[in-house]
Write a protein that binds this ligand. Structure first.
Ligand code: GDP
Length: 190
């Protein structure tokens, strides 16, 4: 099982379509369809989690409920999940993370990343919308720091992968990382 998580509007549906050719887009109103969507891909199950975090027009308590349901799904399926792909919007993630930090809160993307790490689920951070990022190296190095990791991008080439779901850039690299994690997970279970 491969799970995709991310805030709404980061390009998660576009990415899943790029990878699988399958359309997972929910209705126009974000947060309305909250159930995880499962699709088959190369003999595996891909799960598209509902987008989390702020969504305009979605009350705070509904956002909290979505988050809780995602956490429960991941906890309940932790032993089946071979890899997680956390999709972030590379253009706006840093700004959003810094805004949360200033308020003394843990940014939700960071929280999810650390949660997945605690459960020992191999996680790939797909830094999407790279077509909009000016200084890729700087952006990814700063993200790594925000995610609570030591070192630079050089140390985390298997975790942080810049992509453009819309234009199809680096999708092959992401696919390779997913396959690598699946292989490692199978070895662990042997
Ligand atoms: P989701 O809510 O995370 O499933 O996001 P969507 O896949 O619906 O994408 C949200 C918006 O971001 C859409 O307008 C997409 O066209 C756009 N988008 C997705 N990927 C990219 C990308 O790589 N670059 C740019 N510039 N826009 C993107």
């Amino acid at each position: 099982m491969i799970i995709f998580v991310g805030r709404s509007n980061v390009g998660k549906s576009t990415l899943i379509f790029r990878l699988t050719g399958k359309y997972v887009k929910r209705g126009k109103r974000p947060g309305v369809t909250r159930k995880p969507i499962e699709i088959g891909w190369r003999g595996k199950t891909i799960v598209d989690m509902p987008g989390f975090g702020f969504m305009s027009g979605v009350p705070k308590y509904v956002q909290e409920k979505i988050k809780t349901e995602i956490v429960q799904f991941i906890e309940n399926n932790a032993d089946k999940i071979e890899t997680a792909v956390l999709v972030i919007d590379g253009k706006s993630a840093l700004e959003i993370i810094e805004r949360w930090e200033k308020r003394g809160e843990i940014p939700i993307d960071v929280e999810f990343f650390q949660f997945l790490q605690e459960l020992e689920i191999p996680t790939i951070v797909a830094v999407n919308k790279m077509d909009k990022i000016k200084n890729l190296n700087l952006t990814i190095n700063r993200l790594i720091e925000k995610f609570g990791l030591l070192g630079t991008w050089e140390d985390y080439k298997d975790i942080f992968v810049p992509i453009s779901a819309k234009f199809g850039t680096n999708i092959q690299e992401l696919r390779k990382l997913i396959e690598k994690n699946i292989k490692k997970s199978q070895e662990r279970h042997e």
